[in-house]
Ligand binder design. Structure first.
Ligand code: PA5
Length: 457
């Protein structure tokens, strides 16, 4: 079969005594059929994205302009950045930016998803503003982090006497928000983020596609992978549907106290997919109230770990700590590059077994070792298997997890597409930064700060 494979064996009671039974899973069959119908009927924005040629065409029209720059700097945060990071990390060489520019023959790509002045300064140190395209991405067009980085980029361009319209591309809502207004008033190039697609579900819209095309990622194959995955995740039979089976088992385990979901790629290139997953799972499913308005405090805490690195950091806890984690390993069958370990020190048993082996063999045997140990310790675990890393398989990954999240949201009976829990912190920041209209909030926050018990040592 082309594309991703899913190995759910170690989530079942026969292999792990804390796992689920087939009966428990099958009890969800009727509900899952209904849920799939409901999702297709409600048609949340992300569903049809891979079937929309418009985004590919629009970005392809700009391809030669985008690639004419020496650097492309994405300014965005959350759903407006994490997909870009995952795509670049997975599909371009890990040393992409430091490659010889003639060999790369494409822009350097930086994704600035924070307002840490050390980070922003370090990126600015590496670019020439005159030959840089700043892709400001913000669906709302108001997010403080993306906006402040936009203002910095624009300020620098202006200080160089450059016309910002020539070096800035806005990716934002087609109608609303201040970025759209600025673009209309001042003639900036723009791309649209479809209003019906939530930020964390938007990687396959122009949000992720500009930096993808800047780095020559095959966006058509990315879409093909997602489209083919649609066929698999809309199958009604739970046992044949990777999104449904994944969601149902995570739901059952979560309700039994497995309140954490660890995603552990055994591949550095796949590592940032776990970061993208972390946002999707956390922001979509972590909700105070259900659809009836009842307080349920739902959610499962997503955690990322890297194999083999975190075997020497986290795995002690994973094997012997509390029974509160379900594991998803990402396994890569065929690495793009490989290294044979030289046969040196054949006289020492401690080293001779390594000589002649490939690093890929060592890494995947480490995965087998961790999987075996975790299973022996009765920790439920599964594997998503990438035959290789290519745009098609990465497109599959995005889509299967978006659909899994949609099903999980339905099982939890929550709204998976909002994020009310991030609002308060945002508003307080506005207030503390002196934004007009937030004076009352600033007063309240300062009073609360003054009056609270302080334990500072
Ligand atoms: O998933 C989401 O909706 C959020 O994480 C947003 O992507 C994030 O807050 C950035 O928002 P915006 O694109 O409006 O700047």
């Amino acid at each position: 079969m082309k594309g991703l494979k899913f190995d759910f064996s170690n989530l079942f009671r026969e292999n792990v005594n804390t796992g689920v039974t087939s009966e428990e899973v099958n009890a969800f069959q009727e509900n899952v059929s209904k849920i799939i119908d409901e999702i297709l009927e409600e048609n949340p924005g992300f569903i049809k994205v891979p079937f929309t040629r418009k985004w590919i065409d629009r970005v392809t029209d700009l391809k030669s302009w985008i690639q004419s720059f020496e650097s492309v700097v994405v300014l965005g945060i959350g759903g407006s950045a994490l997909g870009n990071l995952a795509l670049q990390n997975a599909l371009n060489p890990l040393n992409y930016n430091s490659m010889d520019s003639k060999k790369r023959n494409l822009p350097k790509i930086f994704i600035v998803d924070n307002v840490d002045p050390d980070l922003v300064s370090s990126v600015l140190d590496q670019i020439n503003p005159a030959t840089t395209l700043f892709n400001v991405i913000s669906k709302s067009g108001t997010t403080a982090e993306a906006m402040s980085n936009y203002l910095i980029a624009r300020g620098i361009l202006e200080s160089y006497g450059l016309k910002p319209q020539e070096n800035i591309l806005f990716t934002t809502d087609p109608e609303n928000g201040i970025l759209r207004k600025i673009a209309l008033d001042e003639g900036f190039k723009t791309l649209e983020i479809p209003p019906e697609v939530g930020g964390r579900f938007s990687v396959l819209t122009p949000v992720g596609l500009v930096s993808a095309i800047a780095g020559n990622i095959d966006i058509i194959d990315l879409f093909n992978g997602a489209k083919d995955m649609y066929e698999r995740v809309t199958v009604k039979n739970i046992m044949e549907n990777p999104a449904a089976l994944n969601a149902v088992i995570h739901y059952i385990l979560n309700s039994k106290g497995f309140s954490m979901s660890v995603m552990m790629p055994y591949s550095n290139r796949l590592f940032l997919l776990a970061d993208w997953y972390r946002q999707l799972w956390a922001e979509s499913l972590g909700k105070e109230v259900n659809l009836k308005g009842e307080k349920i405090n739902a959610g499962q805490t997503p955690i990322k770990a890297l194999g083999a690195t975190d075997q020497h950091s986290q795995v002690q806890l994973y094997n012997e700590g509390p029974y509160d984690k379900v594991f998803t390993f990402l396994k890569l069958e065929k690495f793009q590059r490989d290294i044979t370990i030289p046969k040196i020190h054949g006289e020492f048993d401690e080293l001779s077994y390594l000589g002649g082996a490939k690093l890929s063999e060592l890494l995947n045997n480490e995965l087998d070792g961790t999987e075996y140990a975790i299973t022996q310790h009765n920790r439920p675990n599964m594997k998503v298997i990438f035959p290789e890393i290519n745009a098609y398989n990465v497109g599959q990954f995005f889509y299967v997890y978006e659909f899994t999240t949609a099903i999980m949201g339905k099982l939890l009976e929550i709204d998976a597409y909002n994020q009310p829990g991030v609002e308060l912190g945002k508003k307080v920041t506005y207030a503390l930064m002196g934004r007009k209209g937030y004076e009352e909030m600033a007063k309240k926050v300062n009073e609360t700060k003054d009056n609270k018990k302080k334990v500072i040592i």
